[in-house]
Design a protein around this ligand. Structure first.
Ligand SMILES: *Cc1c(COP(=O)(O)O)cnc(C)c1O
Length: 386
């Protein structure tokens, strides 16, 4: 806590940007005839598909709902295994469990903390149905390798792109690199709708299944309605209410206008951190492949000092005390007590992720971050080792 009367920084690790245009867009939607599924949902989907280069985009109520819809669309069920990395938010693996399947954890690469393609094939069994790749921190995975493995073993490739809106792999945007790609519009992500999510795909059958799934499994087959009466609808499979509202999508469309500017700002902030930490022997930024354009949802460093007064735990505490909202992304998913109990996972399963977990720290990274705030973050870290 700050001493009485002392000026104090209070910088979060991530933060949304809402401007007057966003507010006006939401207000206009609230005053329209549509509160839930209406024209803004379709518009948001169209803008999103255009930007990512995917043929279809399906908007849902959260990134987690998007992951669940993707698992449903490829019929993940009891007995099925899905390969997932441990260095992610729990929802990436939870969506497999929702469907009764089993997440199989494959360790990450030590330089990037992205799923290690060299370790995937040894975990493939006759029960394996899909791979979920996570573009951790905003860096796309090696999709060429992942697609080759998926093709060879006849697996679906799903990308969890929740960190990577606007990122590119070999000149192609995240959203058009896998069979399906999932995004989140939680306030810490690149654009926000409060809560919200999207799935992109080139496959019209998968897109339609997800549209039905988000609406209780109910079809709106127009031909059937014409033949049997306009009151007629049919629930063809078990779905959920994963719809997103029209006013949320109005916000999404408005936020989208700012995305290019925000991506540029995130990359600028990353460049300043990169340059600053080059001179810090104990602070190592994650490696970035030359084949990608990073979207920097997170800026993750590794604190390599093991001295108890300057290790990650100590640095975390020190920065928090100084009003800097650092965070740790993530406790490897296989170490959560739920996974230990249900799937008998535990320490030793993914040693690279487990080792990284002791060192990683996410620094403030969001477009509104002021230059003097970033300088304060760097200076505060520098002081730890001087
Ligand atoms: C945010 C996030 C999710 C979940 O998205 P919600 O919109 O919060 O449900 C899933 N995976 C990753 C990697 C995320 O960062």
């Amino acid at each position: 806590m700050a001493a009485q009367g002392q000026w104090m920084m209070d910088i979060p690790y991530g933060c949304q940007c809402i401007d007057d245009a966003d507010v006006a867009a939401v207000v206009a939607a609230l005053r329209s005839d549509w509160l839930t599924t209406g024209p803004k949902v379709a518009e948001f989907e169209e803008v999103f598909a255009d930007f990512t280069g995917a043929k279809h985009a399906v908007a849902v109520s959260s990134g987690t709902a998007a992951l669940h819809a993707a698992m449903h669309a490829i019929d993940i069920g009891p007995g099925d295994e899905v390969i997932v990395p441990p260095m992610t938010f729990a929802a990436t693996a939870n969506c497999v469990v929702y469907q009764g399947g089993k997440p199989v954890f494959v360790d990450v690469d030590s330089d990037t903390l992205l799923i290690d393609p060299d370790r995937i094939e040894e975990k493939i069994t006759p029960a394996t149905k899909a791979i979920i790749a996570v573009d951790y921190a905003g860096q796309p995975c090696n999709y060429e390798r992942l697609r080759a493995i998926a093709r060879k073993h006849n697996l679906a490739l799903v990308a969890d792109g929740c960190h990577a809106l606007g990122a590119e792999y070999k000149g192609q945007r995240v959203g058009a690199l896998a069979d399906m790609t999932v995004f989140s519009f939680h306030p810490v992500k690149h654009i926000t709708t409060g809560e919200g999510g999207m799935i992109t795909t080139d496959n019209p059958i998968l897109a339609e299944r997800m549209r039905v799934f988000r609406n209780h499994g109910i079809t709106t087959d127009h031909r059937q309605r014409e033949e049997q009466g306009s009151w007629c609808y049919e629930m063809v499979e078990l779905g959920y209410n994963y719809r997103i509202t029209d006013f949320q999508c109005a916000l999404g469309v408005s936020q989208f206008n700012k995305l290019p500017k925000w991506l540029a700002r995130r990359r600028e902030i990353a460049g300043i951190y990169d340059a600053a930490f080059e001179a810090f022997p104990y602070v190592k930024s994650l490696s970035v492949s030359k084949e990608v354009l990073h979207a920097y949802h997170l800026y993750v460093v590794r604190i390599m000092d093991t001295e108890p007064s300057r290790n990650r735990k100590a640095v975390f505490k020190r920065l928090r005390e100084k009003g800097i909202g650092v965070n740790v992304h993530y406790l490897p998913v296989h170490l959560h007590s739920f996974y230990k109990k249900r799937f008998h996972t535990g320490a030793g399963l993914c040693p690279v992720a487990e080792q990284a977990y002791d060192h990683i720290l996410s620094l403030p990274m969001f477009p509104k971050l002021k230059s003097y705030e970033q300088e304060y973050v760097i200076k505060t870290m520098k002081d730890i080792w001087s």
